[in-house]
Structures are given as C-alpha cells and as structure tokens.
Design a protein around this ligand. Structure first.
Ligand code: ADP
Length: 643
C-alpha cells in the first residue's frame, strides 16, 4: 500500500507544537477527549442507522474499548461507531474546524508568554490533545458501509505532517493507538485508566470496556486474561435521577459531552411530563467563548429523541440570545427520523423552544432574586459574561420582554460610588432598583451610551444630572442603544439619553428662567457660532446640562447618538453624519470670555469655536473629522497663550 504524506494546516501545526511541549498538569484529559469522540462516533452511527439499518451490519452493540499494552508502551481506544474514510481523516484530523480553536492559536501567537497550560485547560482541544502524552499516534478506521478493503491508516508524530494510506480492515469503526511518551507511561496502567474513565466518562451512554483487573487469585486471573468489562455506568446522565448525580459528575458531563472547558455556572436538570414530555439537562457556562459575538451564532444544545442522538447545535431549540446555553434536550414527542427541515416547521419544536426559553429565563430570575448570596453572585457572573447577549432578547423576542427586563443590569453613576464586591464582577444595578432610588422630581430613567465604560464615565453630558443627584446608567455594549430605544417604558418610567433632546434639567422653572434671560445676551454670539461652524451643527444653544465642561454635543430627541452612528459604521452600514446641536455652558468662564470677545474683537474666534466643537466630540469618545486641522488650531492657540 502506498503512503501519502500531507502537511497539517498551519494552525494545527502550531497547536501540536503546543501539545508536544506542554507541561500542562492535567494532561489526563486527553482520555476524556478521545472517549468522547468515540462516543460521538457511536451516536452518529446510531442516528444514521435509523434510516439505514444495514449500516450496523451484524455489529449492533456499540461500545468503546480502552486497552493498554504496558510492554509496548501503547494505549488504544477503539469504537465501532461511524468510522472515517481517508477523505474524512484528512479533513478532520488535519485541520481545525472550530472557530474558537483558531482564535486560541492566534491568541497564543500574539502573546508568547501566555499561560499555555491555562489555555489548554480552557479549550477542549479534542483529538490533538493526545499529543500531550503520545509521541506517535496511529488511527485506523473504516467508515460504516465501506467494504473491508476500504479502510484508512493515519499516522503522525505531530511534527507538521502526517501520512495516510489505504488499508484492509475487517471491522467497522476507529482504533486510535497512542505510543506513549516516556514520561506518560502511567497511562498504560490498568487501574489508572479505570479511574480516569470513571472520573471523566462515567456518563457516556455506551459501554466503555476495559480489561478485567487481577483479583490476586492466579487461576481465576489466568482464565480471565484478555477479558473486558464495562467500567462506566453506561446510562445517559440526564436519564438518571438528580439525587444520584454528584456535582462532579455533572461537571464531567458538561466538559466531556458538551465540549466545554470552564466550570458550569449553573445547571437546569428537569424531566417534564404532560402534554409535552422531555428531559432537559442545560448548563450556563461561567466564561464566555471567544466567538460569542463574532463567530458562529450556533446554539449549543444537542437534540436526542428517546435517548437517541439526533444532532448537535440544534438551532431550533433556543432563541439566538440564549446561544450561550449548553446541554441536551431529549424529547419523547418528536419522530426519530426528524431532519433539520422538519425541525424548522414542527409544532412540537416550537413548543419545546418556548418551554426551554421560559425555563432558562425563570432559572436566571430565580438566581437573580435569590435570598442566597452565593446564588446572586452566580447570577452576577453569568450576567457579566452573557448579559449583553441576553439583552439582545429585548430587541428580538418581544414575547419575553417582561421576563428578560428584570435580568438587565447596568453599571451607573451610583454603582461606581459603592464598595466593590469581593471576588465577584463589578456591582451593577437592575432598573427596578434604579427606580427605587430615584429622588423626588426625577421623572425619567437616564442613561449615557458610549463605546466604553471609560468614555461613558467621562461624558460631559452627565455633569448636570450628577449635580442634581440623578443617577445615570452606563450603556456601553453595542446592543444597548437598540435595547434602550426598544424598551420604551419600564414601570411607567421612560428611558432617556442624557445626550439627546433639550436637557430635562432646564425643566424646572428657575433654571428655565435663568437660561432664557441669558439667552437674550448670548443671542448674537450663538448666531455667530452657528454660522462659523456651518453645516455639521444645526443649532447652537445654551444649556444647564453642564457644570464643569464648557460645551457638549447633543442629538435631537429622536436622533441617533454619536455612539450609535459610530457603531452602525463599524457594522458596515452607510450612515450619513447627523447634524448635531452644540450646547454651551453659560456658567463656564471660557464661554463667558468668548462671548465677551465676540462683542469687541471677533478675530480668530471662529477657530476657537471649531476647537470647542472638536473637543466636545473627543470628550464623548468620538472621532473628529479633521484631526490635523484641530492640532494646528491648538498649536496656534497655545503659541499665542505662551508668547
Ligand atoms: P471535535 O470532536 O471537537 O470536533 P476533534 O479534534 O476531537 O474535534 O475531532 C475532530 C473530528 O475528527 C471529529 O469532529 C470527528 O469528525 C473526527 N473524529 C475524531 N475521533 C473520531 C472517531 N473515533 N470516530 C470517527 N470520527 C472521529
């Protein structure tokens, strides 16, 4: 048979380098990854066999066998699942499909000094993790349905290339042989393997068979030589009673079956009976994946029908804004031959999705409003990681608006003044709590939207509100402006941007009157400003919104904020620049001096006004149209100030 040599995709080579030189202390997880792949292969075959029973071809008992040869220093993991063709082997064992993994490798390249061990622990790096313990790996496989001379051998020492060749293989499925590194021979020990399988793979729904261990009775042991026995309990975890499952077992399931790397923050395990019968075993991760916003939008639930695996990433079972939830849905009501097409228009699926959504939202609410500090802390962690995703629901799922709204949390001018919580994410407030703190006279819920927390905190628009004792929410995630405009009213209170419309602060009679009086004296100056600024500014007016800053830019009541405008551009939308209103603070000495200067000597005044406008843009974290001209004007102003 001829061998063909292939080079790994660059990312794989990098990943392998990492694995080979890894000093990761928990490298034993490689076994979990390989057993999990073997179990997935059995799942895939069982599913395919639903419509093509012949694929099982006299070998119906799907199982995984783990055997070691201490003398040869090898460990084999064997399954009679779906198997691989040569093309599959090249595609799956030579490239990386998962976007997160690619980003992981990219991240490592940027930061050579990154904590490699930590990163391996954080990513399920699947098959390739076996190179942590093996210096050579041989995969032999035959796809279900292929003939016995149509097998494949894949072989690599992990050094940038691998070989494949066509082989004869009597049985279906995959055998993976690891040639253990000298410092990894411990993984050929029978007891060690048993305990690892128990620890990491007990939940696997197929028997995991290991050699019987010696009992000490020589005769018996001799007779039993080579015999295998089942080591895991072999019952899909979600079908077991909750009381029989330990936290540790749940965690192993989460990491092994759901291919996660962190600890689950919380779980929902329910068996629902009634018009719709199903079991849910859902987890909410404690850390967000790298591709939560920019990668696939796939949703992390696997669908089973009556314990038979149907598909991974079943989008129909969750709305997109809950895409961070992981786990399994096992339905008794769907037909076994359900396909993606059927799922899309199936009434049972629609009901399932509603129920799953409700249960996740209810569970989150329970944590958020719990009497138990630990549960509230858990909620804070989940909110910190996934709050911005969850809030997409306020825009996309109006039916559940009332269930999502109580889960919304923001930092605010108030939370920043509080003692920061210990080992928990920064303090945030719910809108209900905000409303409770509203002083008399405050009618609306105020927010500032900006591209970052720092920009929000530095926003000049806050000044007058803070002085008046009004709390302002910091909306700093891209989704939040949409959320704010969609939320409308909460508990009868309207949400209002501090950077839009005429400042409400001028609403009380005294302030209003004082402004109006000043307006008279400033009339000519304001007209001059507007003229010299030209098109981009549609009005120049006085404001009570500011205390320390001389000026700020605001949008019309219904207009788009600078932040929103920038964001739309970032998403590739072609938005015309909105013309804004420049507001001046008549209490500020600079504004007062400029106004006086206008009366006597207007020379160069236009430049001052342009600089004022530009720094108002800078102050809110936006870009200025002509930075070079701005710099030039500043230089001129400074020169005349110091000369
Ligand atoms: P993941 O399992 O997360 O997709 P892996 O690197 O562990 O990533 O595996 C890559 C792919 O190789 C799998 O998705 C699967 O298609 C294939 N594969 C791995 N192990 C087996 C196996 N035992 N039987 C059949 N296919 C396998």
């Amino acid at each position: 048979m001829t061998q063909t040599s292939h080079t790994f995709q660059t990312e794989v080579t990098q990943l392998l380098q990492l694995m080979i030189h890894s000093l990761y202390s928990e490298r034993e997880i490689f076994l979990r990854e390989l057993v999990s792949n073997a179990s997935d292969a059995c799942d895939k075959l069982r599913f395919k066999a639903l419509t093509d029973h012949a694929l099982l071809a006299g070998d119906e008992d799907l199982k995984v066998k783990v055997r070691a040869d201490t003398e040869a220093g090898t460990l084999t993991i064997e399954d009679n699942g779906i198997g691989l063709t040569e093309a599959d082997a090249i595609e799956h064992l030579g490239t990386i499909a998962k976007s997160g993994t690619k980003e992981f490798v990219a991240g490592l390249q940027d930061a050579q000094k990154t904590d490699v061990a930590g990163m391996i622990g954080q990513f399920g790096v699947g098959f390739y993790s076996a190179f942590m313990v093996a210096d050579k790996i041989v995969v032999e496989s035959r796809a279900a349905g292929a003939s016995s001379d149509d097998g494949v051998r894949w072989e690599s020492t992990g050094d940038g290339s691998y070989n494949t060749e066509s082989i004869a293989r009597p049985q279906r499925g995959t055998t993976i042989t690891l040639h253990l590194k000298d410092d990894a021979k411990e993984f050929a020990d029978g007891w060690r393997l048993r305990s690892l399988v128990k620890k990491y793979s007990d939940y696997v729904g197929y028997p995991i068979m290991l050699p019987k261990q010696p009992t000490g009775d020589e005769e018996k042991d001799k007779a039993a030589e080579g015999e295998l026995e089942q080591v895991n309990s072999g019952q899909a975890l979600w079908t077991r009673p909750r009381a029989d499952i330990t936290d540790e077992q749940y965690k192993e399931f989460y990491q092994g079956a759901c291919h996660q790397w962190d600890d689950p923050a919380t779980r929902i395990h329910v068996n629902v009976e009634g018009t719709l019968e199903f079991t849910l075993l859902l987890f909410i991760p404690s850390q967000k994946p790298m591709d939560l916003f920019n990668g696939t939008k796939s949703r992390g639930l696997s669908l089973y029908v009556k314990r038979v695996f149907i598909m991974d990433d079943c989008e129909e079972l969750l709305p997109e804004y809950l895409r961070f939830v992981r786990g399994v849905v096992d339905s008794d009501d769907l037909p076994l031959n359900v396909s993606r097409e059927i799922l899309q228009e199936n009434a049972v699926v629609t009901k399932l999705r509603q129920q799953i959504t409700k249960r996740v939202l209810d569970h989150l609410k329970k944590l958020a409003t719990s009497e138990d500090d630990e549960e509230r802390k858990l909620f804070a962690t989940i909110e910190d990681q996934f709050g911005a995703v969850l809030r997409e629901g306020l825009v996309n799922d109006m039916a559940n608006k009332d269930a999502i709204q109580p889960l919304v949390r923001y930092r605010s001018t108030w939370t920043e003044t509080q003692e920061p919580p210990e080992d928990a994410p920064a303090l945030k407030t719910s809108i209900t709590d905000y409303i409770e703190r509203m002083p008399e006279g405050q009618e609306k819920i105020y927010y500032v939207s900006a591209a970052s927390l720092a920009a929000a905190k530095a926003s000049p628009h806050l000044e007058g509100f803070v002085k008046k004792g009004y709390e302002v929410l910091y909306l700093v995630d891209p989704v939040d402006e949409w959320v704010a405009s969609n939320l409308g009213e909460i508990e009868g209170k309207q949400l209002a941007s501090v950077a839009k419309g005429a400042a409400e602060l001028g609403d009380d009679d005294d302030t209003k009157k004082a402004l109006e009086e000043k307006q008279e004296g400033y009339k000519d100056f304001l007209g001059f400003c507007q003229e010299s600024l030209g098109d981009g500014i549609k009005e120049v007016r006085l404001t009570a919104r500011l205390t320390d800053s001389p000026c700020c830019l605001v949008a019309d009541e219904g207009g788009m904020s600078t932040n929103m405008e920038e964001m739309m551009r970032r998403f590739g939308q072609d938005v015309p620049t909105q013309s804004r209103i420049l507001e001046l603070n008549p209490e500020h000495p600079l504004v007062q001096s400029l106004q006086q200067r206008h009366g006597s000597d207007s020379e160069g005044l236009g430049d001052y006004i342009a600089v004022l406008r530009d720094q108002a843009l800078l102050a809110e974290g936006a870009r200025i149209a002509d930075p070079a001209a701005f710099a030039k004007k500043i230089t001129a102003i400074m020169t005349s100030a110091v000369s």
